[in-house]
Design a protein. Structure first.
Lengths: 688, 271
């Protein structure tokens, strides 16, 4: 026998960003709980709106299967007395498991012969198991935040106000905190009945729909998309926000109905990003663009409830968005009273960090760092980089950024464009914050790359200088993200430089500070640590290769990456394995040795001479290849040393009795190590 | 219980002792008052139709929260003439936090047709202490509600009564205070005033006088707000100022709660 189960958790409004996750966690935990209780079922359906999460389990077994559990009791000699009768211990054991001495049987085990008894366990009804199961799932549910709302010990993302638990047509007596389950739910807050009786779990959607609740999130989203498309098609327009926006909106309401409104055309003159941000931000309205991608003065909103017959909601939306757009326009025109350049001076009034001066001080340091960078890296045009850095923070003191902080960079770029700054500068300002997060791309425009590196490096150096370093658990200034940002930018945009030069240069910009050397050393170390992690996690470089290339002598971000990719590629080649073995032998045999002097004239054996001949002929080539970062060719050259190396180790006794020979050979081998190390410490490579 | 607005500058109804102390004690309490809330950074020289340096909150604390807190709140909107069925009323998640009071709560902004009219919060923590029982705070934005009901686009066009508009009471004040807060206020002087208020609050705390300490903390918070408006504080400095205020607020909360435990029921302060 099986029945359907409906479990609904009625809540106050759950935040839309968390709702789908909380709901699916609840479903998964109920499913796992049923498995643990050995209650079989056909399927689980999930429903949610901001005010409810519901689970319908179809074909739920009404009662657990009876089962038999085998228990081991006393050993044979303890269970039987001298006359072969059962002892008290044996009898008690059988009784304890619901049987009698007649149920006892013996079996051989690894530890000897023991008495056993099979306990018959009768299945428990689902209706008896469910109250505890569901209550503990709710109480232990993993959620992004939890709160208290009454004197019960229950904590949940938002207050739980009602519960429905129906098994077939029978209510299940479930209590969570101060709330008792019933067999009726609630309709829409304003448009439905306060009490909606449910005869059976399968009536759930139908009864709720009559009461202006669409509990199926997909159906809700689809209705919104259809409504939106109807309006958009009529206007020959399309959505100017990303697709996730409708889904987010669909989790803010129980019964969506589109509301189409408009705003005065004058606001179309606002920068697109500002216009869209004003609409989608707090107002949560969907902006539209025409077939050319230009914004139009119509928006689509979604009200929670039936169609807005009286147009009152539409008028309300229009009046609110009007006020917001007027605000945005005011900020914008106020900002445009002077060119972007004019805001630079005000940056002096904004403190970057108490011990590190104002934002203007920071910008001036960034300029120096960027200049240095332009002198090292060919891609950068020094004048354009200079201008980009000069202007990139100016929008921080504009009113638009004060109101919409996420428009920093974007609005500065827009203003720079209006001021007639070069395109490269405009794009530099726009993208210099990138990458903002692990999922964000590094900038592409050279000026943006230079400004981005200078910006992040200045923050990092300053923070290290005043002792604010990220630790395993604490990183309040997002320094780790900035470090990884520089690393990813250098790798993805092929910025070929030794960052340690730039780090040291950053230190020279603080004339009244001591300890800049220590800060530089710590920061270099931190970069190397992060470089290893980033290579492994974001670029999928195997651990051993990372170990081999991430050596502690420079912060050569792009070069290290190239060496890693090369080693990764060659790692599993047969000849590579031999090369690694030979190199490892060199490392082991020369361990602790520092003197690499040797004299080729003393070589006795032909294998020594041959190896020396090969090495000395290839040395310059290898050096050039390393300098040009032609690592693959470099590996080919090194691989060519494999045979002479094998011959060498097969025939030459390095630890010769003759001290002079021994010293000469060890010095030679140590010398031999150097070209390999330009690629990496191959002894760290784990070959198959 | 209805109490009066507090006569020290506060940035929000939450800072009125009715909420700060009222939320902390163990005794049930339903309290309400109108609070003129002064936020210097929000001023717009009297030129913005909806943004003002001083607005009015109708502040309600319900401790412990009734089961039908949301319904009670919505009934109150109906009571003042808003027909909820004709509009789009939403509870939009917005967890409230006042780092300077060491306070936070879980809740929403309440929107009507996209207009935020109330902050609805289940307080979880105040003065660095977990509340037991918790309470619900309703902060009605009176200017917003009035513009909605009177269907005005600008607060200055609101009728205060049959004869007098909001403009005549507040617009010139907004202009003058905005000018002072944004352009004129002495940065060093306000920093000094902050330091003095903080020192005096500490002096009171040493003597176990947590009520005067609280007034002085409010003053410090106000000077801090002026410095914010004056754009004289960076993000990191801001954190430091906030933590200085929080330190005071937490010490006050601790002294208050301790004193409640020592006071017999009939004399125990309720706010």
């Amino acid at each position: 026998m099986s029945e359907d189960l409906l479990f609904e958790l009625g809540t106050e409004e759950i935040p839309p960003a968390f709702l789908p996750k909380v709901a699916s966690n609840l479903r998964d935990d109920v499913r796992d709980g049923l498995h643990e209780e050995r209650l079989d079922f056909e399927g689980v359906e999930l429903f949610y709106t901001p005010r409810r999460i519901a689970i319908r389990v179809t074909g739920l077994q009404e009662r657990q299967e009876d089962r038999v559990e085998k228990h081991r009791g006393p050993s044979e000699d303890i269970g039987l007395d001298e006359s072969g009768d059962y002892t008290i211990a044996a009898k008690k054991f059988a009784q304890g498991k619901g049987g009698t001495e007649d149920d006892l049987y013996v079996e051989e085990t690894e530890d000897g012969t023991y008495f056993f008894v099979d306990e018959k366990i009768e299945g428990v009804k689902a209706s008896e198991l469910l109250p505890d199961l569901l209550a503990s799932v709710v109480k232990d549910l993993d959620q992004p935040e939890k709160m208290r709302w009454d004197d019960s010990s229950v904590r949940f993302i938002r207050p739980i106000r009602w519960l429905v638990c129906l098994l077939g047509s029978d209510p299940v007596g479930l209590v969570i905190g101060n709330v008792k389950a019933s067999d009726y739910t609630r309709g829409h807050r304003f448009h439905g009945e306060e009490r909606v009786d449910l005869d059976e779990p399968k009536d759930y959607e139908k009864e709720l729909r009559k009461n202006y609740v669409m509990p199926d999130p997909e159906a809700r989203k689809e209705k919104m998309e259809v409504q939106f498309s109807e309006i958009a098609e009529e206007l020959n327009a399309s959505m100017a926000s990303d697709e996730g926006f409708i889904e987010l909106l669909s989790n803010t309401l129980e019964y969506p109905s589109s509301v189409c409104g408009s705003f005065p055309d004058e606001f179309l003159n606002l920068p697109d990003e500002l216009l869209f941000k004003t609409l989608t931000g707090e107002a949560r309205l969907v902006p539209l663009v025409d077939s050319e991608g230009a914004p139009i003065s119509t928006f689509v909103g979604f009200r929670d409830g039936p169609v807005d017959e009286t147009d009152r909601v539409k008028r309300g939306y229009e009046s609110v968005i009007n006020a917001r757009l007027r605000d945005s326009k005011f900020f914008f025109s106020h900002d445009r009273e002077q060119p972007l350049e004019g805001y630079r001076e005000d940056l002096k009034k904004v403190t970057f960090q108490e011990d590190l001066g104002s934002i203007l001080d920071k910008v001036n340091r960034m300029k120096e760092i960027a200049r240095k960078l332009s002198s090292i890296v060919e891609q950068f045009d020094p004048d354009l980089v200079d201008r980009t850095v000069e202007l990139c923070k100016a929008d921080l003191v504009t009113e638009v950024v004060d109101e919409f902080p996420s428009l920093e960079g974007t609005i500065g770029a827009y203003y720079a464009e209006l001021d007639g700054e070069p395109e490269e500068v405009v794009e530099g300002i726009r993208h210099h914050y990138q990458p903002r997060s692990a999922g964000d791309d590094p900038p592409e425009h050279p000026a943006a790359i230079a400004a981005s590196i200078a910006d992040k490096l200045d923050t990092l150096f300053g923070s290290f200088l005043i002792g604010e370093r990220p630790t395993g658990t604490k990183d309040p200034y997002g320094l780790r993200r900035k470090t990884d940002g520089i690393i990813r930018t250098a790798i993805d945009r092929e910025i070929d430089m030794d960052l340690s030069d730039l780090i040291e240069y950053s230190g020279s910009l603080y004339d009244d500070m001591t300890e800049t050397d220590t800060a530089a050393t710590h920061l270099e170390g931190y970069f190397r640590e992060r470089l290893g992690r980033v290579l492994e996690r974001l670029y999928d470089i195997p651990y051993d290769v990372v170990e081999a290339v991430n050596l502690g002598d420079s912060v050569d971000l792009y070069g290290t990456y190239l060496r890693a990719k090369t080693l990764e590629k060659f790692k599993n080649r047969r000849e590579m394995k031999d090369l690694v073995d030979s190199f490892t032998r060199i490392v082991n045999i020369t361990e602790g040795r520092e003197n690499s002097d040797f004299d080729p004239e003393i070589f006795e054996l032909s294998e020594e001479k041959e190896l020396w001949d090969q090495v000395s002929r290839k040395k310059d080539e290898i050096d050039t290849l390393a300098r040009n970062r032609s690592y693959e060719e470099m590996v080919e050259k090194l691989l060519a040393l494999k045979d002479p190396l094998d011959e060498y180790f097969d025939n030459v006794m390095v630890m010769a009795e003759d001290e002079k020979q021994r010293e000469n050979r060890l010095g030679f081998l140590l010398h031999l190590k150097k070209p390999f190390l330009k690629l990496g410490d191959l002894s760290k490579i784990v070959t198959e | 219980m209805i109490v009066q607005p507090y006569d020290v500058e506060t940035g929000a109804g939450t800072f009125n002792p009715g909420t700060f102390f009222g939320s902390l004690g163990p005794d049930p309490l339903n309290i309400a008052y109108v609070e003129p809330s002064r936020r210097p950074p929000d001023g717009r020289y009297g030129k913005n139709p909806i943004r003002v340096r001083q607005h009015h909150q109708y502040q309600v604390i319900l401790k412990p929260p009734p089961e039908k807190s949301q319904e009670l709140y919505l009934d109150s909107l109906e009571y003042i003439g808003i027909d909820l069925e004709d509009h789009d009323v939403r509870f939009v998640d917005d967890n409230w936090e006042s780092p300077s009071l060491g306070a936070r709560g879980t809740g929403w902004e309440v929107w009507i047709d996209g207009l935020e009219i109330t902050q609805f919060t289940y307080f979880q923590r105040v003065g660095g202490l977990d509340l037991d029982p918790v309470c619900v705070e309703l902060a009605y934005g009176l200017e917003r509600i009035a513009t909605f009901i009177q269907d005005r686009e600008s607060v200055y066009d609101l009728d205060w009564n049959d004869e007098i508009t909001y403009r005549r009471i507040f617009q010139e004040k907004e202009r003058q205070f905005s000018t002072y807060n944004f352009d004129l206020a002495g940065v060093e002087d306000n920093q000094d005033l902050f330091d003095i208020a903080e020192r005096e609050a500490e002096r009171c705390l040493e003597a176990g006088l947590f009520y005067p300490a609280y007034d002085l903390t409010l003053k410090a918070a106000h000077f801090f707000n002026i410095l914010l408006a004056r754009n004289a504080i960076s993000v990191t400095e801001r954190e430091k100022y906030i933590s200085r205020i929080r330190k005071l607020a937490e010490a006050i909360a601790a002294q208050y709660v301790e004193s409640l435990e020592e006071t017999p029921d009939e004399r125990r302060p309720i706010i």
